[in-house]
Structures are given as C-alpha cells and as structure tokens.
Design a protein around this ligand. Sequence first.
Ligand SMILES: *Cc1c(COP(=O)(O)O)cnc(C)c1O
Length: 413
Amino acid sequence: MSVAIERIGFDVERIRADFPILAERVHGRKLVFLDSAASAQKPRAVIDAMVRTMETRYANVHRGLHWMSERCSDDYEGARDKVAAFLNAAREEIVFVRNATEAINLVAHSYGRTVLQPGDAVVVSEMEHHANLVPWQMLRDSHGIELRIAKITEAGELDFHDLERNFADGRVRLLAITHMSNVLGTYTPVERLAAFAHAYGARILLDGAQAAVHRAVDVRAIDADFYVFSGHKLYGPSGIGVLYGKRELLEAMPPFLGGGDMIRSVSYEKSSWAEPPYRFEAGTPAIIETIGLGAAIDYVNAIGFEAIAAHERSLTDHALAVLSDIDGLHVLGRAQDRGGVVAFTLDGVHAHDVATLLDKQGIAVRAGHHCAEPLTRRLGQDSTARASFGVYTTHGEIDALVSGLRRVKQVFG
Ligand SMILES: *Cc1c(COP(=O)(O)O)cnc(C)c1O
C-alpha cells in the first residue's frame, strides 16, 4: 500500500471486515470480487439499518398519524437530508427514484416533452451507458428532438472540438453526459462541460452512476442542472436511486407518474400537483431501501472521499502497471483522469471465456459490452472483460487477477 494512503490512515482490512459477503468462499476459494462497477457489496451498517427498520419501526411514510409511521417517515426524510448534503443540494432538489436509469427517463419524459421542442437537439457522448442513450432515442422517436453523438478521442476522452461542432448551430438545448465512463474509466471535466453548455444556453445532465461512488460530488460547484446516481453502486441497496434537479427546473416540470403522494388536491375532474420533490414520487416509495441508502452515505462519509479516492487511485495505477506486463493484453482507454474500472481484451481469447475461466478460480469480473454496446463497437470490439474496484479491493486481489489471467493464457496457449 502506498505511503500516501497510510498517511490518511486507510486500512483496507478493517474496511473488508465491514462487508460480510467478503468472507464467503466461491468454488472453495476466497472470493475475489472485481465487479463493483456493476453493483457494489453492502457493509453491515447498511444491512443493519434496513433490518432495524423492518424489525422495529416499519410503516408506510407520509400517511399515518401513528408512532410507527412518524418514526419511519422521519428516517425516510432523514435519508433525503443525507443525500442533499452528499451532493451539496437542497432537500427539495432530491427526488427518489428506482435507479439512475429511471432518473434519466424521468427527465426525458417530463423535461424532454415540455421544455424541449421538436427540432431542439440533445447531445450525448460516444461513451454513454445505455441508460443515457436509449431514453433520448425514445424521446427523438416520440417527440421529434434531434439526438447528436459527440465523439471521443483515441485516448478515450471527450473530444471538445467535436463537441463544439455539435453545438455550433445553436439548436442544442441539453447536454446529457457521463461523469465517469463505466468502460473506459474516463472522468469527464464536468465543471468545464457545464460552463460550456451554459454558454450555449443549454442545460447539462450528468450521469453520476459511477463517479458518485469514487469522488465527492458538489452539484453547486459543478453548476449541474441535473445529476443522477444509483444506490446499489454506492454500497447501498438496489431499488433506490437519486435525481438531483435545480429547484427552478423541477418546479417547472410536470409529473412523470400519477397517483398517491404526488398530488395537492384531486377531484374527478382535475388534480393539482404537489411541489417537488413529492410531485415526482407517486405511490409508496422504496422505504427500506431509501433508509439503507442513507446508511450507505453515512458509511462512505465516515471513510471520507479523500481516502477512498487515494486508495482507488493506487489500485488503478497498480492494475494498469501489472496488467500491461501480460503479453497480448490490451487495456481500453488511457484517459489522464481515470477511475477504478479497467476493461481489457486478451488476444485469442473471447472475453466470455476470460470471465468463465477466472470465475473457476474464484475471481469475479464482468464480460460483455457493459451496457455500452455502441461504445464497445466504436472501440472495435464485440465484447471486453472488465475488472472494477471499490473501497474493499486490495492490491493482492489485483495480483490474483494477473495470476488468473496467466492461467487463462496457458489454457489457450
Ligand atoms: C450502472 C450505470 C448506469 C445505470 O445504473 P442503473 O442502476 O442500472 O440504473 C448508468 N450509467 C452508468 C455510467 C453506469 O455505470
């Protein structure tokens, strides 16, 4: 472990002890879990918060006047305060949804069908997850917007010249772009992008599904208009995600789903909407999962993003160094600013065989197009293997991956 990390006092073994699943054995071996970018494992604190809710204070929220409902509503709304502080937003700007995907769909449906007009353009990049591509294609097909794709460079960074070309005719109203690529690991320069979009009179939506796990996010400092992430990648449960939207934008947006909890008043003729964020939270929410997300935020805050980022930087540097020693292994992307995901190909071995043979050795990586099929093809591949790192990943696990890959090569020798 590097000196810098020791100085911050990051003890990965202590962190690992917080995650019960890491003690499990797979195929008789210690689990080497290198697939956190798909979904992260959960610390005891998150599991306990969810169990405690169900065992001691569970009821529907915002409805009952009884003790259980009030206690549970306090915990649920307390999680909103935690998310607001986590992003440096106001609590009215935090909408709970199922995941990052639903958050982007909400913006595409609500903002996309009212503020955006047929003929307006939306720009995404070549390195988007399907979650930040397909909703805009659907909006194009139903509402007549134009969808433009901004190119990336050979290094896997955003190509600003191409971005400028896309904005040149003044028709772009929204830039929807990842904060960190789940394939290339590339961080995008979000403050610069926000200033860029605003200079053209466009808004910016940032897909933070990866970035929010690895770095502190300040939506005000970035000047983001929308920011989305998922609980399950941030060591929280699945089924809960977040849409941040600037207050004035959310206030002008119509509901996405109709039903209970999102109305001010309802008659048979007409209904009026509650204020944000409740306008966008129809029906009984994911109560237990939201409280679990609050616990996950407490957990990462207690470690601190400075320590998390330093640990992951050290892991990524180590992985890039040792993987490049393997003959015929090619890492995708070489962005200057990159996070803890490393996608690669191995000459002569299909990515699915790489993953299957690693799995037999107890090593979990992902293989496929990683929900970024156009990007994978743009990079000249049909599939790649991907190792991704989290707070609990060790340098030893990366060495185990390298040994595992050497064995894969022997099999295919
Ligand atoms: C995982 C991921 C998503 C989608 O997250 P869901 O939780 O599946 O909605 C979107 N964008 C990126 C960059 C991701 O990694």
